[in-house]
Write a new protein. Structure first.
Length: 209
């Protein structure tokens, strides 16, 4: 093979090398963009999870305004333990606050004891070799639920006040509440614990699949 033929072969191969190098470089940049998109999506999911849990916990920790646990009857306790006594208007207002802490915005919808939050990140994937990524926000949704974990236990007989001046009206005894795992809670109407403390024993808050 002559020198001119060898030089001609090299000249023909050079454009192929250029195409291969450019292709590999583009692929590397594309994989980087995919990684950035994954990070943005993960940030959105974290914000959605936090916002949904915050909304559910806010609702769990607050009962209907003015509800006095000390005067509840057994049938009322059944409603409370089943989640029917929760303040249904609370909760969703916490979602945007927690989303903002994760640099995102959130919309929350409540259905009974379930809170569904949709989140969009304020930041984008950023400029890249793939068109449109500079306007691509991370989005995600999450649902958190309040789960009752206790039921009304055996009710003790009412006790009569030993005060001689009393008219003989019987005072309610402690309310016994049976929870999952064998835990038992005694609620004394005469010395009631704060609802927030009690609620964290009576209800679980978790994310659904």
């Amino acid at each position: 093979m002559s020198t001119w033929q060898r030089l001609g072969d090299r000249g023909q191969a050079f454009p192929i090398y250029v195409v291969v190098v450019v292709g590999l470089l583009f692929a590397a940049l594309a994989f980087f963009v995919i990684g950035q998109a994954s990070v943005t999506r993960s940030s959105a999911q974290g914000a959605a999870d936090a916002a949904a849990l915050a909304a559910a916990r806010e609702a769990r920790d607050h009962l209907v305004p003015g509800l006095d646990l000390a005067v509840l009857k057994p049938e009322d306790w059944k409603d409370v333990l089943g989640g029917k006594g929760l303040y249904l208007e609370r909760g969703c207002e916490k979602a945007p606050d927690f989303a903002a802490k994760n640099d995102a915005t959130a919309e929350c919808e409540r259905s009974a004891l379930s809170f569904t939050v949709e989140v969009k990140t304020n930041g984008t994937v950023g400029k890249s070799v793939i068109p449109g990524t500079d306007s691509m926000h991370g989005t995600a949704n999450a649902t958190a639920v309040i789960e009752p974990r206790c039921q009304l236990g055996t009710l003790p007989a009412p006790t009569q006040s030993p005060d001689p001046a009393d008219t003989g009206v019987e005072e309610p005894g402690p309310i016994k509440i049976q929870c999952k795992g064998g835990k038992e809670v005694d609620f004394d109407p005469l010395k009631p614990n704060p609802w927030r403390t009690l609620a964290r024993t009576l209800f679980d808050v978790r994310l659904t699949d």
